[in-house]
Design a protein around this ligand. Structure first.
Ligand code: ATP
Ligand code: MG
Length: 450
């Protein structure tokens, strides 16, 4: 990507409407623009981050045995009346009438629609377990949309749904998703901690929220400090016993203030940190709450019709973009983890008008691109100081500075956004090292070593 032809409308001043860091930097870095309260347009840079997060989710959900679907955003009110939630959901639901006067709504969540799909398609225990997910827009008419994408009205959610023959198997599906979530957030470069949660309007008995610790979070949380260091499940056999991971990750105390019980936390004494958190995911196991009213039944082995046991599993995909920024930034701007950065690196052509040095910059750019690096070249004819400031603001993990002065001494400069440190390397060596790190899938480690 050539930034001279890319759409990056960065802003120098702090926008007055942004109360928290992530919102401020997303506006300033030209990632999003508000179209109307709580509703946003994604600009190219922002969309790249969103898409990378979506793809991490896809990869991990498929590993855990879930298949992707895409349901409609507009739903019929009839299904919600059948489940008994139509009235309960209240003003957060955007209700619409079509030209024939039929009642429709913009989906705030999809339990009803997926259960309807399931009941029409699946008839036998032999087809279970079924695990489906989608990444899709939701609309909730939040009373106070705020903090940009953190609490929007229209937002992207990953929602998954499990269908099992009985309680025991549905708990296994719950563990699958639980483990998958630990891995997903870790891959995004954030630590989200599972906390015992209230099940709210979704209902059910087993539920965890995944919270990213951040001072700007809306929830007050109490959390054992060991969760910050606990190992993420690796080489997971999703068909094996997953309860060990679940046990480990629920063995110590972590709860939001709604669920906080002082006596339980006290046992861990000073190891409990009181801080704030952002809810980035929520998993529920709710048995037959929807399958019974909607009559989603299958034949069991004995030939008897029984309602299926279900769970639902959400990730606030667009909220994650903001959450990552809350967790990783400095005064100058965003510091993206490599896995979700809009570009892994940018070659900064210091003087696009200097033919010789500009050619070197362009050659490096093309070569790295050929080696599958997600690289852009900043070939804009701006002052170099303002180009640096933009790169700091946008938060590109690696910046390769190519200019006539350095080249005279035979080197280019590689800068890590995270540490601010830089190293001078020859044109050949810098490319070798980056290409090697990329091919070993260790770019983040490489960045961290600078
Ligand atoms: P909250 O308590 O923050 O209102 P919720 O519990 O109502 O969220 P869920 O129904 O659990 O939300 O939805 C799944 C995920 O979707 C949440 O964990 C959250 O990350 C995300 N989410 C929910 N509401 C919003 C919103 N208004 N804007 C952005 N993301 C949201
Ligand atoms: Mg929730």
């Amino acid at each position: 990507m050539r930034l001279s032809r890319y759409f990056v409308p960065t802003i120098k001043e702090n926008p007055s409407e942004a109360a928290i860091v992530s919102h401020r930097f997303m506006l300033r870095a030209g990632m999003i623009r508000q179209s109307v309260s709580g509703i946003y347009t994604w600009l190219p840079l922002g969309l790249r981050v969103l898409t990378k997060i979506e793809n991490i989710i896809r990869e991990e959900q498929e590993l855990a045995g879930a298949s992707e679907v895409r349901m409609s955003t507009i739903q019929t009110a009839d299904l919600w009346k059948e489940s008994g939630r139509y009235e309960d959901y209240g003003d957060e639901m955007l209700r619409i009438n079509d030209r024939h006067g039929r009642e429709l709504l913009y989906g705030p969540t999809n339990e009803e629609v997926i259960t309807d799909l399931f009941r029409k398609e699946v008839k036998s225990w032999k087809q279970l377990p079924t695990l489906l997910y989608q990444i899709q827009l939701k609309f909730r008419d939040e009373i106070r949309p705020r903090f940009g994408l953190m609490r929007g009205r229209e937002f992207t959610m990953k929602d998954a749904y499990s269908f099992d023959i009985d309680e025991e198997n549905s708990v296994k599906s719950y563990y699958r998703m639980f483990v998958s979530y630990l891995r997903i957030f870790n891959k995004m470069g954030i630590r989200a901690i599972p906390m015992k949660a209230d099940t709210g309007p979704i209902g059910g008995n087993l539920s965890h929220e995944f919270l990213l610790l951040a001072e700007t979070g809306e929830s007050e949380v109490y959390c054992h400090k060991d969760f910050l260091e606990m190992d993420i499940p690796d080489n997971v056999d999703y068909d094996g016993d997953l309860s060990k991971y679940f046990q480990e990750w629920t063995s110590k105390y972590a709860a939001t203030d709604e669920m906080y019980v002082e006596e339980d936390a006290k046992k861990f004494g000073d190891d409990i940190i009181k801080t704030r958190g952002i809810e980035v995911g929520h998993v529920f196991n709710f048995g037959t709450k929807y399958s019974e009213p909607l009559h989603a039944v299958v034949m069991n082995k004995e030939g008897k019709e029984i309602p299926v046991h279900m769970g639902s599993y959400g990730i606030g995909v667009s909220r994650c973009v903001a959450g990552i920024i809350e967790a990783s930034h400095d005064d100058k701007g965003i510091i993206w983890p490599v896995a979700v950065a809009p570009f892994e690196m940018v070659v900064l052509d210091v003087k696009p008008k200097d033919e010789e040095s500009s050619k070197v910059a362009n050659d490096i750019y093309k070569n790295l691109k050929n080696h599958k690096l997600d690289v852009a070249i900043d070939d804009r004819n701006d002052r170099v100081g303002s180009k640096f400031a933009d790169m700091d603001l946008i938060g590109i993990p690696l910046l390769l500075v190519v200019g006539p002065r350095g080249l005279l001494d035979g080197h280019v400069k590689l800068v890590s956004r995270k540490s601010g440190n830089s190293i001078n390397l020859s044109v050949e060596e810098v490319q070798e090292r980056i290409i090697k790190a990329k091919s070993e899938d260790s770019l983040q480690k490489f960045v961290d070593s600078i």
